[in-house]
Design a protein around this ligand. Sequence first.
Ligand code: GLN
Length: 286
Amino acid sequence: MSTVAQLLAQSGLPLLEARMLASHLLEKNSAWLIAHADEALSAKNEQAFAGLAGRRLKGEPMAYILGEREFYGIGFRVTPSVLIPRPETELLVELVLERIPADAAARVLDLGTGSGAIAVAVAKARPQARLTAVDVEYAALVVARENAARHKVKIRFFCGDWFGALPGERFDLIVSNPPYVAAGDAHLAQGDVRFEPQRALLGGADGLDCLRAIVAAAKEHLHAGAWLLFEHGYDQAEACRALLQAQGYGEVQSWPDLAGISRVSGARVSGDIGPLVAQTERNAST
Ligand code: GLN
């Protein structure tokens, strides 16, 4: 029989992780764990903790064990069907929000939504916006839907390949964090990434297959002057800007993440650049 303190100390894990697992299992916060350090655990809880710690010791990501990860200050359910939301992707959300006026009923599309992190974060911050999110994996959409319901935001979800489910639709902004890792990239064999869905990570021989497809097709689904913004790999900014330029987009640019790495690129559809959202679509009451 172990006490809480013994359990944490003998887990073989960093203390912070051991605490997170114990909090999750016992449904108590870390203050409770400290206050009850000398309390004996039931055999059932001790065994369950050993199970969770064992999974972590084999490398399974904390987010999958806990079924939860915070992104943009919001709690998201995550499962092995979706990528674990990453802090650097918050930059993408910020760039989207800068381009959607708070009072505009902007039509925003999130391509490859996964857990729904981007779409839900945008929908929460811009209640007037009309969000659409697609993913090719039905299992991912189940998770995204759950996250939308949890945060009480309305999002239209479609299962399909990029624009496959959206023929003829146009948007005021398209955002995507698509798969962009090159096949054989060494970091696929390291850390959390080993447990993430390959389909959400791999972007072909040079990693750019999905981005090429999105950049080429998005033009037909954006209003004049509307933005396409996407995340890419640490070394792909130049190639991404070249793709955007080759397809005739304007104001092509990249933005650095907090680590100073060019992580997001984007551009606007050229043409008659009017207001982001047609005046008629603005919410009359605001
Ligand atoms: N940034 C992720 C990684 O480095 C990849 C995410 C993606 O492909 N969209 O693993």
